[in-house]
Design a protein around this ligand. Structure first.
Ligand code: IPM
Ligand code: MG
Length: 357
């Protein structure tokens, strides 16, 4: 089969890690007899530099015409002082919205080989953890009404958290369906003790839970969830939550696995086309030094094969190759922890994976 993949390399380490994933995909294609056609488009700060806007219309059109999208990362200090709607990050929100990607799947699974890299004590890790954060991605405070106004203490800025029943139901459904294919537990995270939008969230989730009697449902306040994640992560299977809570909790969950450099994500809508990206950022401080860990992007490419193209055998193969390289003791700089020795560069690590493949 032939598949068209739009590449959004972005900024910082984005280009290096996307190129690593492309090399792994090319190897996979030749091994399994597929053909992947890659078309690069501008996004983020590099788009601002080249054409003056973070999300050029050709990028949106190109992504809409593709079978799937692979993204590196956007942003960097160079563009930090631009006004909100001209920042590289705005492009990310724009492309998520334009492609209708309301679901963000962020798995956090302890890879046995990286147990020592986790900041958690051995006793807390126990027999490991494997959780999936289902983050709502096109609503809430990221997309709510915002602006400036005169407030009690003078001029103030505001952002608004708003959720409709429709938005809550559709992300809730993804969470329950995901749980059905896993360990059948859903924990919905909100702040219903304070926020009206969270109370509607909780009420809607409860109604939905009735439709899934086979799934064990619970609610948790977000502050408690932040604590429970480091206290006993194995209690979680699927966590479903709003855009902003999901943003925060997924960074926390990722670090439990040893490094944010390991975790992939999938952003999905109601079609097979998804956007796949590492959950980490553009790490401008290490861009071009070879210290980037390409694993999260390579694993994102594997998620693309599985979810968008239905190539689960191929995806398994890539994931197994990453595991094997880690089990053999190879590490990028972020995974070294207290280990001595020389870390592999981004390219060396990628080549090891390709060799295993
Ligand atoms: C993420 C990032 C983005 C987000 C930023 C860069 C806009 O932190 O994908 O988690 O907040 O969604
Ligand atoms: Mg984030």
């Amino acid at each position: 089969m032939e598949y068209n993949i739009a590449l959004l390399r972005g900024d910082g380490i984005g280009p290096e890690i996307v190129d690593s994933a492309v090399a792994v995909l090319e190897k996979t294609a030749s091994k399994f007899g597929h053909s992947f056609r890659f078309t690069p488009y501008l996004i983020g700060g590099s788009a601002i530099d080249a054409v003056g806007v973070p999300l050029p219309p050709e990028t949106v059109e190109g992504c809409l015409a593709s079978d799937s999208v692979l993204l590196g990362a956007v942003g960097g200090p160079k563009w930090d002082s631009l006004p909100g709607d001209k920042r590289p990050e705005k492009a990310l929100l724009g492309i998520r919205e334009a492609l209708g990607l309301y679901t963000n799947l962020r798995p956090a699974k302890l890879c046995p080989a990286l147990r020592a890299a986790s900041p958690l004590k051995d006793s807390v890790i126990g027999s490991g953890f494997d959780l999936m954060i289902v983050r709502e991605l096109t609503g809430g405070i990221y997309f709510g009404e915002r602006g400036f106004r005169k407030g009690k203490y003078g001029q103030e800025a505001f952002d608004t958290e708003a959720y409709s029943v429709t938005e809550i139901e559709r992300i809730g459904r993804v969470a329950f369906e995901t749980a059905m294919k896993r360990r059948r537990r859903v924990c919905s995270v909100d702040k219903a003790n304070v926020l009206e939008s969270s109370r509607l969230w909780r009420k809607t989730m409860h109604a939905l839970a009735e439709e899934y009697p086979g799934v064990q449902y619970s609610d948790m306040f977000v502050d408690n969830a932040a604590m429970q994640l480091i206290r006993a992560p194995s209690q979680f299977d699927v966590i479903v939550t709003s855009n902003m809570f999901g943003d925060i909790l997924s960074d926390e969950a990722s670090q439990l696995t040893g490094s944010i450099g390991m975790l992939p994500s999938a952003s999905l809508g109601s079609t097979k086309r998804g956007m796949y990206e590492p959950i980490h950022g553009s790490a401008p401080d290490i861009a071009g030094t070879g210290r980037a860990n390409p694993a999260a992007t390579i694993l994102s490419a594997a998620m693309m094969l599985r979810w968008s193209f239905g190539l689960s055998g191929e995806a398994d193969c890539i994931e197994a190759a990453v595991d094997k390289v880690l089990e053999a003791g190879f590490r990028t700089a972020d995974l070294m922890g207290a280990d001595s020795g020389t870390p592999l560069t981004c390219n060396e690590f990628t080549n090891m994976i390709i060799e295993v493949l």
